[in-house]
Ligand binder design. Structure first.
Ligand code: MHO
Length: 273
């Protein structure tokens, strides 16, 4: 009787401690206790636990932070996907068709849509204005010559603040260049993701990385790892950010050093499509 009671108490205690620890860990995960520092630590533990199981678990390391969207058309979207993905504060990117009215556009039949990039960004790290600066400076066909709707210069704003900033900035930019800019500014409507082979186009040229990290077609559109690596293999960004991101996203060493070599080869090069 005594023995049974004792073992009951011990197991109850174990359960209570277990539940308390679990609660604490959940609190840290959700609230980012300890000023968010612990989040990375918890995620590192999660990663250590999962890493031998499958790399497909890796995106769990990614930060879940409040984000805003930005949508731009600047010519062929392959280059822009890499350009924005490699910027600090850009969490995720995906390419697709938007701005028109045609239902369910596809690459060979865009209708009145434009090739656009959709960006999820952390407004505490980068601003809409920062993103617009890259927008003005990186058009495939420039800002004054209309080629066709597929490649037109387009800003699709997501709220009044973005509309206001875009309308102000286009005037400033036109003044600086002393030219009339053809950029259209319109509210963001339906976005149709492009076919899988267009997503993270530069990264998909290195198929073994995509495979080894378990980057499924869905993750190519939703994972921060995919966005960053797609930028870095194309030579976007700088070495310090690259090293920091490789560590914080826990990219395995073999992949990190390969990506760095690609980065150094393409660093400073032009963004071709
Ligand atoms: N020059 C490229 C453009 C592709 S893009 C996604 C091609 O013709 O394939 O528009």
């Amino acid at each position: 009787m005594l023995f049974t009671r004792t073992s009951f108490s011990v197991s109850t205690l174990v359960v209570i401690i277990g539940v308390a620890l679990w609660g604490l860990i959940r609190y840290w995960e959700i609230e980012g206790g300890d000023n968010g520092q612990t989040n990375d630590w918890i995620k590192y533990l999660q990663w250590s636990y999962y890493k031998n199981e499958t790399f497909a678990k890796m995106p769990s390391l990614e930060k879940e932070v409040p984000f805003k969207k930005a949508t731009f058309g600047m010519g062929c979207f392959w280059a822009n996907d890499a350009l924005f993905g490699g910027q600090p504060g850009v969490l995720r990117t995906r390419v697709g068709y938007s701005g028109g009215t045609t239902l369910n556009p596809v690459y060979r039949n865009l209708g009145d849509h434009t090739e656009v990039i959709e960006i999820d960004f952390d407004p505490s790290v980068t601003t809409y204005k920062d993103l617009l600066k890259l927008f003005w400076e990186n058009h495939e066909y420039g800002l004054t010559t209309f080629i066709k709707r597929q490649y037109m210069s387009l800003i699709l704003y997501h709220d009044d603040e973005q509309k206001h900033i875009a309308e102000l900035e286009i005037k400033i930019e036109a003044g600086k260049r002393n030219e009339k800019l053809i950029t259209e500014i319109a509210p963001a409507g339906p976005f149709y993701p492009a076919e899988d082979y267009h997503q993270k186009y530069r990264l998909q040229k290195h198929g073994w990385i995509v495979e080894e990290l378990g980057l499924t077609p869905e993750l190519l559109q939703t994972s921060q790892v995919a966005a960053k690596l797609n930028g870095y293999v194309a030579g976007i960004g700088n070495r310090a950010d690259l090293d920091r991101d490789m560590r914080s996203l826990a990219i395995p060493e073999k992949i990190a050093s390969y990506v760095k070599i690609q980065f150094l080869e393409n660093e400073g090069g032009s963004l071709y499509c």
